[in-house]
Ligand binder design. Sequence first.
Ligand code: ACO
Length: 332
Amino acid sequence: MQDGLTRTARIAGIGGYLPEHVITNADLERMVDTSDEWITKRTGIKERRMVAEDESIVDLIERAGKGAMDDAGVSPEEIDLFVLATATVEQPIPSTAAIAQPRLGLTNAACFDVSAACSGFVYALNVGRQFIATGEAKNVLVIGAECLTRYLDWTDRATCVLLGDGAGAVVLQPAQPGDGILRIAWKTDGNYWDMIHMPGGGCRVPPHQPRVIEERLGYIKMRGNETFKVAVRALTEMSLKVLEQAGVTPADVDLFIPHQANIRIIQAVGARLGLPPEKVYTNLHKVGNTSSASIPLAMVDAIADGKLKRGDLLLSTAFGGGLTTASALIRY
Ligand code: ACO
């Protein structure tokens, strides 16, 4: 079941944070031409969270990260590496991880961002566990955090109903073989890079160019229907790949926590994997798609609901802009 790594990493602590402000489907009905019925039926989402005007991503990171460190019983000084997954940076330079570092009190940690959109948390998990495996790090903080509402076009009903803000965090520590993260499979297919993207604010169209405002280039754009089909295929294939690499079958999985993008995507993937509905966890009805925060936030809820327990075999698979896909098999 274990991969070739001589050491492995376990999730020693977990934390999550959601901003207080709730946006319901009824609120969206007042903003764009949509309905609670359409959003519920097509996505499964009922409400999502949004940061307050004086809040930003660093506030979410601080709350989630401190929660995970408390849960693991480690002090901030003991963290030697902090890997932040985000697609919604505080500002282009420097990394958001560096900006958040003093707030978290990580005086001894190297800090950087990983950009893999909705697969970001699993990508960051894979980066973090390598440093535990080589012995270079003993306590790694991995956080997935997003302020997607700051990058949403509130006149585009095809995207603004889907996404929300939040942060989820874990602390990784060395584990015994057979425990913790058993396998991670990942893949990027850049041929689809423009399926989900934000065209403005980078080198091609710098943020100071009037075009960014005039042509609404500073917002997330998505070809939703195309993404839907690619997502079902990619999530299924990557889940089966990681299970095969580990020499187990879907029947061995205790709980499947997929990226919380759309209930219809999740149900289609669950059915293709042959998993009964009670083994497929969702919380997207109350948070929407929180991109790289999605899986750790769902884990927090699954633990609180008594659905995810220590010793369970957890399968977590994500896909997102890039297109990126990643799947982790974890003995929680
Ligand atoms: N309310 C009402 N009608 C809408 C809305 C809305 N919010 N959004 C779109 N529609 C309309 C469309 O205009 C279209 O109308 P038309 O038939 O008159 O042209 C109709 O609904 C059907 O549109 P589709 O796009 O075909 O609808 P679909 O069933 O595919 O659902 C959705 C759209 C929910 C976006 C779906 O495709 C989806 O979930 N895709 C995946 C999105 C995703 O998971 N992205 C993840 C990555 S996000 C990231 O990386 C940050």
